[in-house]
Ligand binder design. Structure first.
Ligand SMILES: C[S@@+](CC[C@H](N)C(=O)[O-])C[C@H]1O[C@@H](n2cnc3c(N)ncnc32)[C@H](O)[C@@H]1O
Length: 279
């Protein structure tokens, strides 16, 4: 009887071939993702698909489109929550929104929005500060299936207790229940929050800027990239911000604001909230 050795590590050469194949045949560029991330994700994808390192993985992925897309999705880690890192939302409320409130209209970009909880949190915050109507939120990710979930805005009810705690810590002014309807074991985010959000497929590794923004939020995404790609994406954000625009990178990134060409004012060191200045 054949014994499958699911735990054996994939060779570096096969990994490189596989990543190149995903780029050349399927248009997804993971060449500058962090190697340790790629290795971990491919190993777990092999086990899930009952494949071993001795199978001709590259040939299988070349032939089987569904298998290739399951691997592509494997590189998308979409863990998120509402009002994640509440003190960050509190600082946005206190330091960013008062400036945005002075503009006639506001464009916000959530890059790597996953299933959308972060985006609805922002919409709630903007609503409470009285500026949601003049804001357009562009929420993007390269993974279409998480975007589909995000646009529906339907989430499990059992998460709401944790999200309510986060919401109050973030300076929430009402009850979180004001912003969704309950249906059996799920909650559905209110239409008034959805109407100013545009959900779109955008790949930070390959796609260009698509607008000029007053505020860009990109948290827990750059950690999966190598330094070269992190820098490239920071430059993309830099080009995409208006003068005096704001950017928030969150507390898990180890990078500094080096990719941002202009001088920046640091509004929150821990959560990496910066405002560009252009002197
Ligand atoms: C851990 S989630 C972060 C969600 C949210 N920003 C947060 O902090 O709660 C990372 C998301 O980044 C997305 N992502 C990874 N690489 C990307 C790329 N090249 N372009 C766009 N999105 C990407 C993944 O698909 C995933 O949904």
């Amino acid at each position: 009887m054949e014994t499958k050795m699911f735990k054996m590590k994939i060779e570096r050469e096969t990994l490189t071939e596989l990543i190149l194949l995903l780029f050349e045949e399927y248009g997804y560029d993971f060449r500058n993702y962090s190697l340790s991330h790629i290795e971990r994700r491919v190993d777990s994808w092999l086990s899930k698909n009952m494949l071993t390192v001795s199978d001709n993985i590259t040939a299988l992925v070349k032939k089987d489109k569904a298998l290739a897309h399951s691997l592509i999705h494997q590189f998308s880690i979409s863990v998120t929550e509402m009002f994640r890192d509440p003190e960050l939302f509190l600082n946005i409320r206190e330091k960013v929104i008062p400036v945005l409130a002075t503009y006639p209209f506001v464009r916000i970009w959530h890059a790597g929005c996953a299933t959308g909880e972060e985006v609805y949190s922002m919409a709630i915050l903007l609503k409470e500060e009285g500026i949601l109507d003049k804001c357009k939120i562009y929420a993007t990710d390269f993974n279409q299936s998480v975007l589909d979930t995000a646009s529906k805005g339907i989430y499990p009810k059992d998460k709401m207790l944790e999200y309510t705690v986060n919401y109050y810590k973030s300076g929430g002014k009402k009850a979180l229940t004001n912003y969704f309807e309950s249906q059996y074991e799920a909650i559905i985010m209110n239409q008034e929050l959805k109407q100013n959000i545009v959900w779109a497929n955008h790949n930070l590794a390959t796609d260009a800027s698509f607008n000029e923004f007053h505020f860009i939020v990109c948290r827990n995404v750059l950690i999966y990239f190598n330094e070269e790609l992190q820098l490239k994406v920071l430059q993309l954000f830099d080009e995409s911000l208006v003068n005096h625009g704001f950017i928030c990178l969150g507390d898990r990134e180890s990078i500094k604001q080096d990719g941002l060409n202009k001088n920046v004012t640091i509004l929150d060191v821990a959560n990496k909230i910066y405002q560009l200045s252009c002197f």
